[in-house]
Design a protein around this ligand. Sequence first.
Ligand code: ATP
Length: 134
Amino acid sequence: TQRTLVLLKPDTVRRGLVGEIVGRFEAKGLTIVAMVHRSIDGDLADRHYAEHVDRDFYPPLRTFVTSGPLVALVLEGDEAIEVVRALNGATDGRKAAPGTIRGDLALSNRENLVHGSDSPESADREIGIWFPAL
Ligand code: ATP
């Protein structure tokens, strides 16, 4: 079994899609191990997105993820990292396949509703940032 860190970004909260998206993860069979609704400052955004801080898309992404409350959760299950990324769909909502969260619900490259850890190392690092007690 595996754990992964998921963010429901501020667009998810603003659009009232928390239940819809958490419901998809639960319906798939993943278990919620931790979940919190909170706002973050730029320093936490920089830690979470450490590998992206020098990219040209990062400043607007930083503004976006600090623009309002989000929901962070840890999901557990067999191959949870890959399963969540498959459910999330491609980064750009316009190109994500129908049936995925982004493919069904997002129309933007930046405001794409969800984040999921991309490797076991990333999951460990990100869970340590968001849920240090786990
Ligand atoms: P995540 O890591 O959030 O699950 P991802 O792995 O699909 O998404 P990354 O390449 O890690 O995408 O980029 C992190 C986030 O940065 C994306 O989810 C998106 O919000 C934003 N982003 C990535 N590329 C672009 C871009 N070209 N223009 C605008 N925003 C972008």
